[in-house]
Ligand binder design. Structure first.
Ligand SMILES: [Zn+2]
Length: 79
């Protein structure tokens, strides 16, 4: 599922990697593991349109506090 193979930011080569994306919505944070293209040169991450849509859905759920579908992994505090 390679999308570009070339970084749109710097033109460097990209590799498919499993990355952790943090999505914030309201006072909640979700952590999602996804395969994305990562630029070897500048570290830019390129996601599929499907994943971008999924992120928007997750963010909307977090904002509406519809978190029952998500697995709690840790609690973050601001100190
Ligand atoms: Zn780059």
């Amino acid at each position: 599922m390679l999308i570009n193979e070339i970084c749109p930011v710097c033109g460097g080569p990209t590799v498919l990697k499993k990355v952790t994306e943090i999505i914030r919505g309201g006072k909640h944070t979700a952590i999602v593991q996804v395969e994305a293209e990562v630029c070897l040169h500048c570290g830019e991450r390129l996601y599929t349109p499907e994943f971008v849509r999924k992120c928007e859905q997750i963010k909307a759920k977090l904002e509406k506090e519809e978190t029952k579908d998500f697995q709690p992994v840790e609690v973050a505090y601001q100190a």
